[in-house]
Ligand binder design. Sequence first.
Ligand code: PMP
Length: 454
Amino acid sequence: MSSNSLVELDRLHLVHPVASYRGHERAGVRVLKSAKGATVTDSTGHSMVDGFAGLWCVNVGYGVDSIVEAAAKQMRELPYATGYFSLGSEPAIRLAAELAERAPGDLNHVYFTLGGSDAVDSTVRFIRYYQIARGRPAKDQFISVEQGYHGSSTVGAGLTALPAFHQGFGVPFHWQHKIPSHYSYRNPVGSDPAAIIAASTAALRAKVEEIGGAERVAAFYLEPIQGSGGVLVPPPGWVKAMRDLCRELDILFVADEVITGFGRTGPLFACEDEGVVPDLMTTAKGLTSGYVPMGAVFLSDHVYDTIADAAGQGVVGHGYTYSAHPVSAAVALEVLRLYEAGLLENGRKAGARLMAGLHSLADHPLVGEVRGRGMLAAVELVTDKARKTPLPAAAEPARRIFDRAWDNGLVIRAFANGVMGYAPPLCCTDADIDAIIERTRMTLDQTLEDTAVR
Ligand code: PMP
C-alpha cells in the first residue's frame, strides 16, 4: 500500500494515543516500516538511530531472531492458556519464578498484566483489598509525586500528575493526592541533595497530616527516576528516604519501575541502586522489550499473604483474559536470557558513553542541564542559562526539536517544555551512541539558529 493511502486511512480511522487529534490529522502519520538493532527505517526509506527505544521499551533492540522463534514456537505449541480455573502454562510459571528470584527482597509473587497502566491499576485494587483485609478500610487515600506518570487507566491517570492526562477527563479523584517533585534543576529549595530530601520527606509527612493522618493513607507511589515528567533524576538517597518514611508511617511503598526496570538504569531494577525493597513494584516495557505486550506486578510476601489469608477459600476477583499470556511469557523468558547473556553489561557500557557524550554538550548555549543514569537521560534546553528560561511554549519547541532530530537521523522524545529525552536500546554499539550525540549536537545547533524559539 502506498504511503499516501496509509496516511489517509490513518487520518480517517486510527485514533492515536496521547495526540492532538486535529493536529495529527493535519500533520499526518509517519509510518515506520522496519528496524534492526538500534536503527529504525520509515516508509520513505529514511533510517534513524532510535534514541528512545520505541517508547522506552525495546531494550534488546530490534530484529532479534531468537525472540521471534520463542514466540513462534509458543504460538504453535499453545498460543493461549487462561490463568482462570487454576489453569496455567509452563512459560508463565517459569517466568514468575525467574522474576521472583531476581526481584529485590521478598517480592516473591508476580501478577501478569498486559502493560504498565493495568499493572498500576492492579496495584490499587490489591492495596485496597490489603488494607481492608488488615481491618484498616479507612486507609483509602493514595499519594504520588508531581510530574509523575503512572499510566493512562482511569485510576492510574489520577495518580499520574501530567495535566494533559487530567484535563477533560474528570481526574484525579478526591482520594488521589500529590507532593512536589524532587526536580533538582528547578526546585524552590535549590539543588542541594540533602535539602531536597528533607523537603520531600517533610512534604509527605505534611500531606499525610492534611489527609487526616497515616490511618487514612493506603500507599505512596514513586518512579525511581521520573520518566514522562522529563527524566527527572532524584538526588542519591531520595528513594530510600521516601521508602523509610513510608515504613515508619505504615504506608505501602510502591515503586513504579515500568520505565526503569530491566536494565534501563544499569541494574535489573533501579530500586537496587539504593538497596530499596518496595512493598509492591510495577514493571512492563523492558519485560518483553516491546515485542509483545506484557506487564508485571510484584507483590511482597506480606501483601500477598494478607490478601490470600483474608480471601481464604473465596475468590480474589481480579483478572484479565490475557493475564500471564503464554506467548508474552515465552518472549519475556527469552528477553531475560538475553539481558543476562551480555545485554545488561552492554547497556551499562553504552550508558556510560551516552552520559559522557551528552555531558560533552553541556557548554552548548542552549543546554541548561544534562541529567540521567545509565541508558535513561535528558537534555533540558533553555534560552538563558543563568535565568533557566524555558524555550517559548508558543513556538512549539517540542515539535520543532523532534522534527529536526528526525531529519538528522535520530529519534528522541521531545517534551513540551524543550527537554530532549533519551532511552536508547541497551544493544547500542559505540557507533550508535556516537551518532546519537553527533545528531543531538546538529539538532541543538539548528535550534540555536531558529529565531522562533529564542
Ligand atoms: N508507569 C510508568 C512509570 C510509565 O512510564 C508508563 C508508560 N510510559 C506506565 C506506567 C504505563 O504503561 P503502559 O503505557 O504500558 O500502559
